[in-house]
Design a protein around this ligand. Structure first.
Ligand code: ZN
Ligand code: ZN
Length: 105
């Protein structure tokens, strides 16, 4: 992150240089920009979730449209797949053919 040497503002690079409203200017190399402004997050692999539900358990139902059989009734449940601060993954199973998919919302 680049800061203005005069007033301490955070400066966002544009065309390989930073420019502050106070007149301060500094040229940056593309290497600077890459190391300072590129977020290098840890890649999280998409975990394949093995869905295991007990068929005796009564799951809540909702109106769906199954893309396999066109069934209109589905069961749904959520699974906490990763860290607790992430939204749980939402699964739907067609009541007619048992087709199960992951809903992204
Ligand atoms: Zn400044
Ligand atoms: Zn179905």
């Amino acid at each position: 992150m680049e800061f203005c040497e005069n007033c301490g503002k955070v400066l966002i690079p544009k065309n390989n240089k930073v420019k502050c409203s106070c007149g301060y200017e500094k040229k940056l190399s593309s290497e600077d920009i890459e190391t300072q402004y590129t977020f290098k997050g840890e890649a999280i692999p998409e975990n394949e979730v093995i869905v295991k539900t007990d068929n005796n358990v009564t799951l809540p139902t909702k109106k769906i449209t199954c893309y396999k059989c066109g069934g209109k009734k589905g069961y749904w449940w959520t699974v906490q797949t990763r860290s607790a601060d992430e939204a749980p993954t939402y699964f739907i199973r067609c009541a007619k053919c048992g087709n199960t998919w992951r809903q992204s919302n």
